[in-house]
Design a protein around this ligand. Structure first.
Ligand code: GLN
Length: 180
Protein backbone atom coordinates (compact mmCIF):
# COMPACT_ATOMS: atom_id res chain seq x y z
CA UNK A 1 0.00 0.00 0.00
CA UNK A 2 1.07 3.58 -0.59
CA UNK A 3 0.40 5.92 2.32
CA UNK A 4 0.55 9.65 1.67
CA UNK A 5 2.05 12.12 4.13
CA UNK A 6 0.95 15.71 3.60
CA UNK A 7 4.20 17.54 2.97
CA UNK A 8 3.47 21.12 3.93
CA UNK A 9 4.71 21.40 7.48
CA UNK A 10 5.60 19.29 10.49
CA UNK A 11 7.38 15.97 11.06
CA UNK A 12 7.00 14.72 7.48
CA UNK A 13 10.08 12.47 7.44
CA UNK A 14 9.32 11.05 10.90
CA UNK A 15 5.82 10.09 9.73
CA UNK A 16 7.31 8.55 6.59
CA UNK A 17 9.68 6.48 8.76
CA UNK A 18 6.72 5.21 10.79
CA UNK A 19 4.92 4.18 7.59
CA UNK A 20 8.06 2.29 6.50
CA UNK A 21 8.31 0.68 9.94
CA UNK A 22 4.72 -0.50 9.42
CA UNK A 23 5.82 -2.26 6.23
CA UNK A 24 4.16 0.12 3.75
CA UNK A 25 5.43 2.70 1.26
CA UNK A 26 5.20 6.38 2.24
CA UNK A 27 4.72 9.12 -0.32
CA UNK A 28 5.03 12.88 0.04
CA UNK A 29 1.81 14.67 -0.93
CA UNK A 30 1.95 18.29 -2.03
CA UNK A 31 -0.83 18.40 -4.58
CA UNK A 32 -3.82 16.41 -5.81
CA UNK A 33 -1.68 14.75 -8.52
CA UNK A 34 0.34 13.08 -5.76
CA UNK A 35 -2.83 11.51 -4.34
CA UNK A 36 -4.02 9.26 -7.18
CA UNK A 37 -2.42 6.09 -5.85
CA UNK A 38 -2.56 6.55 -2.07
CA UNK A 39 -4.69 4.37 0.24
CA UNK A 40 -4.68 6.87 3.09
CA UNK A 41 -3.26 10.26 4.05
CA UNK A 42 -1.43 11.31 7.19
CA UNK A 43 -1.77 14.98 8.08
CA UNK A 44 1.06 15.93 10.46
CA UNK A 45 0.93 18.55 13.21
CA UNK A 46 2.02 22.13 12.61
CA UNK A 47 -0.22 25.16 12.39
CA UNK A 48 -3.79 24.57 11.29
CA UNK A 49 -4.04 28.19 10.12
CA UNK A 50 -1.32 27.40 7.58
CA UNK A 51 -2.14 23.77 6.69
CA UNK A 52 -5.89 24.36 6.25
CA UNK A 53 -5.66 27.25 3.75
CA UNK A 54 -2.89 25.46 1.82
CA UNK A 55 -5.05 22.35 1.41
CA UNK A 56 -7.92 24.54 0.19
CA UNK A 57 -5.69 26.43 -2.23
CA UNK A 58 -4.47 23.17 -3.76
CA UNK A 59 -7.90 21.49 -3.84
CA UNK A 60 -6.67 18.75 -1.51
CA UNK A 61 -9.66 19.30 0.79
CA UNK A 62 -12.18 18.64 -1.99
CA UNK A 63 -10.27 15.61 -3.25
CA UNK A 64 -10.26 14.00 0.22
CA UNK A 65 -14.06 14.35 0.45
CA UNK A 66 -14.73 13.33 -3.17
CA UNK A 67 -12.55 10.22 -3.08
CA UNK A 68 -13.26 9.40 0.55
CA UNK A 69 -9.55 9.19 1.38
CA UNK A 70 -8.97 7.79 4.88
CA UNK A 71 -7.18 10.31 7.09
CA UNK A 72 -4.87 10.04 10.06
CA UNK A 73 -4.90 13.53 11.53
CA UNK A 74 -2.48 14.49 14.28
CA UNK A 75 -2.75 17.69 16.31
CA UNK A 76 -3.12 20.48 13.68
CA UNK A 77 -3.95 17.66 11.24
CA UNK A 78 -6.91 16.80 13.47
CA UNK A 79 -7.96 20.45 13.76
CA UNK A 80 -8.15 20.88 9.97
CA UNK A 81 -10.33 17.75 9.69
CA UNK A 82 -12.71 18.52 12.59
CA UNK A 83 -16.32 19.56 12.10
CA UNK A 84 -16.31 22.21 14.82
CA UNK A 85 -13.30 24.28 15.85
CA UNK A 86 -13.31 26.71 18.77
CA UNK A 87 -10.79 29.49 18.10
CA UNK A 88 -10.25 28.50 14.49
CA UNK A 89 -11.85 27.69 11.15
CA UNK A 90 -13.42 24.51 9.85
CA UNK A 91 -11.69 23.21 6.72
CA UNK A 92 -12.64 19.56 6.16
CA UNK A 93 -15.57 18.46 8.41
CA UNK A 94 -14.53 14.81 8.54
CA UNK A 95 -14.35 14.03 12.26
CA UNK A 96 -17.68 14.69 13.92
CA UNK A 97 -16.05 16.30 16.93
CA UNK A 98 -15.60 19.70 18.52
CA UNK A 99 -12.01 20.76 19.22
CA UNK A 100 -10.70 23.79 21.04
CA UNK A 101 -7.40 25.09 19.64
CA UNK A 102 -4.50 25.76 22.02
CA UNK A 103 -6.74 24.92 24.97
CA UNK A 104 -3.87 23.69 27.19
CA UNK A 105 -2.29 27.14 26.93
CA UNK A 106 0.76 28.59 25.28
CA UNK A 107 3.80 26.81 23.84
CA UNK A 108 5.44 26.54 27.27
CA UNK A 109 2.44 24.53 28.49
CA UNK A 110 3.34 21.77 26.02
CA UNK A 111 3.96 18.44 27.76
CA UNK A 112 4.41 14.73 27.30
CA UNK A 113 2.80 11.96 29.26
CA UNK A 114 2.00 8.26 29.15
CA UNK A 115 -1.49 7.55 27.92
CA UNK A 116 -3.45 4.34 27.64
CA UNK A 117 -4.85 3.60 24.19
CA UNK A 118 -7.60 1.06 23.53
CA UNK A 119 -6.11 -1.79 21.45
CA UNK A 120 -2.54 -0.52 21.86
CA UNK A 121 -1.86 -0.05 25.56
CA UNK A 122 0.66 2.36 27.02
CA UNK A 123 1.97 5.04 24.64
CA UNK A 124 4.09 8.14 25.11
CA UNK A 125 1.95 11.07 24.03
CA UNK A 126 3.64 14.35 23.13
CA UNK A 127 1.24 17.29 23.32
CA UNK A 128 2.66 20.33 21.55
CA UNK A 129 0.33 23.30 21.87
CA UNK A 130 -2.33 20.71 21.38
CA UNK A 131 -6.07 21.17 20.97
CA UNK A 132 -8.58 19.71 23.43
CA UNK A 133 -11.45 17.55 22.16
CA UNK A 134 -14.56 18.99 23.81
CA UNK A 135 -17.24 16.83 22.17
CA UNK A 136 -17.36 13.59 20.19
CA UNK A 137 -20.61 13.31 18.21
CA UNK A 138 -19.73 10.05 16.48
CA UNK A 139 -16.92 7.50 16.43
CA UNK A 140 -15.02 5.65 19.16
CA UNK A 141 -12.87 7.30 21.77
CA UNK A 142 -9.62 5.33 22.02
CA UNK A 143 -7.88 7.33 24.73
CA UNK A 144 -8.43 9.98 27.37
CA UNK A 145 -6.13 12.33 29.21
CA UNK A 146 -7.37 14.36 32.19
CA UNK A 147 -10.94 13.32 31.48
CA UNK A 148 -10.89 14.60 27.88
CA UNK A 149 -10.71 12.43 24.74
CA UNK A 150 -7.32 12.62 23.01
CA UNK A 151 -7.77 9.99 20.31
CA UNK A 152 -10.76 9.03 18.18
CA UNK A 153 -11.50 6.53 15.44
CA UNK A 154 -14.41 7.04 13.08
CA UNK A 155 -14.56 4.38 10.39
CA UNK A 156 -11.14 4.34 8.79
CA UNK A 157 -10.25 7.80 10.04
CA UNK A 158 -7.97 8.08 13.03
CA UNK A 159 -7.40 11.34 14.88
CA UNK A 160 -5.30 12.36 17.86
CA UNK A 161 -4.44 15.60 19.61
CA UNK A 162 -0.85 14.52 20.36
CA UNK A 163 2.18 13.70 18.20
CA UNK A 164 2.65 9.93 17.71
CA UNK A 165 5.77 10.16 15.50
CA UNK A 166 8.31 11.56 17.94
CA UNK A 167 9.63 8.45 19.72
CA UNK A 168 9.84 6.08 16.76
CA UNK A 169 6.99 3.90 18.03
CA UNK A 170 4.96 2.88 14.95
CA UNK A 171 1.97 1.28 16.71
CA UNK A 172 -0.46 4.14 16.01
CA UNK A 173 0.54 4.26 12.34
CA UNK A 174 0.07 0.48 12.24
CA UNK A 175 -3.41 0.83 13.72
CA UNK A 176 -4.34 3.32 10.97
CA UNK A 177 -2.80 1.19 8.22
CA UNK A 178 -4.34 -2.06 9.48
CA UNK A 179 -7.75 -0.42 9.31
CA UNK A 180 -7.42 0.48 5.60
N1 GLN B 1 -1.46 24.93 17.90
C1 GLN B 1 -1.51 24.36 16.60
C2 GLN B 1 -2.77 24.78 15.84
O1 GLN B 1 -3.64 25.32 16.39
C3 GLN B 1 -1.42 22.84 16.65
C4 GLN B 1 -0.07 22.43 17.20
C5 GLN B 1 0.44 21.12 16.68
O2 GLN B 1 0.02 20.63 15.64
N2 GLN B 1 1.41 20.57 17.38
O3 GLN B 1 -2.86 24.55 14.68
Amino acid sequence: MIIGVLDIQGDVSEHMDMVKASGEAPKRVRRVDDMKDISGLIIPGGESTMIGPYMKLRGIDKYIIEKNIPIMGTCAGLIVTSKEVIGGNTYIPLFKIKVSRNAYGRQRESFETDIDIKGIGNFRGVFIRAPVIEEVYSGDILSYYNGKPVMVKDGKNLGMTFHPEIYGDPRIHQLFINGL
